[in-house]
Design a protein around this ligand. Structure first.
Ligand SMILES: Nc1nc2c(ncn2[C@@H]2O[C@H](COP(=O)(O)OP(=O)(O)O)[C@@H](O)[C@H]2O)c(=O)[nH]1
Ligand SMILES: [Mg+2]
Length: 232
C-alpha cells in the first residue's frame, strides 16, 4: 500500500474550496457517486465487494474507502481481488467518519476526482463510509445516492430507532438475514418498522452469505445509473 493512495482529511474549512451542502449535478464527464453508510460491522465493505463483483463486468467503476486510522477496508478490497488496485482509493478520516462524508468532504472529493482522472470513462464511484452511528449520512455535495446498511445482529429494534440514515437514505439495506434465528431477531418486525419509518423509500433485506453478489442491491444501483444518466 503506497502512501499516495491515502488521502488524509484536511479539517481546515478555509482550505476546503467546496461547499459540502451544494448538490452535485451529474454531467457527462462525471461518474455517478453512490455512498454506503451504516454502523461498524453491518456489512458495508462486504456489500461494496459484492457490488464490485456484480457490476464490475458491465460498469466502469471504482471505490473510495474511509477508515479512521488505517486503510483496512481498501486493503481488504484489494486482497479480495474484486477490482484492479488502481480503482481503489483510501481516505483516512482521522476523526469520526461522519466528518469526512458530511462536514468536510474535501478528501473524499479529491479521491473521487483522482479516480475520474486516472480511469477514462469512469461511470460509477462507490464511497464506503467508515462505520458510525445512526445519524451519519453523506452530504448531497458528495454523493448522488446513498445506501444505509444495518444488520440483523444489531437487534430488530434498529429500524424503529430511526435517525437520518434509516429514515432518509435512498435505499435501506437490512443485512445478515441469515443470522436472524441465531440472534432472535424478527425479520417481519424489522421490515415493517423500516417501511413505517421510511414511507415510500425502498428497503432490501439480504444475506451476503446466501446471495454473495447482492443481486437486489445491484439491480437498484443499475436503476439509479439509468435514471441519473437520463437526467444528465
Ligand atoms: N453472516 C453474515 N455475515 C456477514 C454478512 N455480511 C457481512 N458479514 C460479515 O460481517 C463482518 C463485518 O462486515 P464488514 O463488511 O467488514 O462490515 P463494515 O464494518 O460495515 O464494513 C465480516 O466478517 C463479514 O464477513 C451477511 O450477510 N451474513
Ligand atoms: Mg468497512
Amino acid at each position: 500500500m503506497s502512501a499516495d493512495h491515502v488521502h488524509p482529511v484536511n479539517f481546515d474549512p478555509a482550505d476546503a474550496g467546496h461547499d459540502p451542502h451544494e448538490a452535485h449535478e451529474p454531467h457527462e464527464h462525471r461518474a455517478v457517486r453512490i455512498g454506503i453508510g451504516g454502523p461498524v460491522g453491518s456489512g458495508k465493505t462486504a456489500l461494496t465487494a459484492a457490488l464490485c463483483r456484480a457490476l464490475g463486468g458491465s460498469v466502469n467503476l471504482a471505490v473510495v474507502t474511509n477508515d479512521i486510522y488505517t486503510t483496512e477496508d481498501a486493503d481488504f478490497l484489494r486482497a479480495a481481488g474484486v477490482l484492479d488496485v488502481e480503482r481503489i482509493e483510501a481516505v483516512q478520516t482521522g476523526a469520526c467518519p461522519h466528518t469526512a462524508i458530511r462536514d468536510d468532504i474535501t478528501a473524499n472529493l479529491d479521491a473521487v476526482e483522482l479516480l475520474e482522472h486516472r480511469i477514462p470513462g469512469l461511470e460509477l464511484v462507490i464511497i464506503e463510509s467508515g462505520g458510525d452511528n445512526l445519524t451519519a449520512v453523506f452530504s448531497r455535495g458528495l454523493v448522488d445516492r446513498q445506501i444505509f446498511v444495518v444488520d440483523v445482529a444489531g437487534g430488530d429494534k434498529v429500524p424503529r430507532k430511526g435517525g437520518p440514515g434509516v429514515t432518509t437514505a435512498d435505499l435501506l439495506v437490512i443485512n445478515k438475514t441469515d443470522l436472524a434465528p441465531m440472534v432472535g431477531a424478527d425479520l417481519g418486525v424489522m421490515t415493517a418498522d423500516a417501511h413505517r419509518m421510511r414511507g415510500a423509500l425502498p428497503v432490501i433485506s439480504q444475506s451476503l452469505v446466501d446471495t454473495p453478489d447482492a443481486p437486489a442491491v445491484a439491480d437498484w444501483v443499475r436503476a439509479q445509473l439509468r435514471t441519473l444518466a437520463a437526467v444528465s
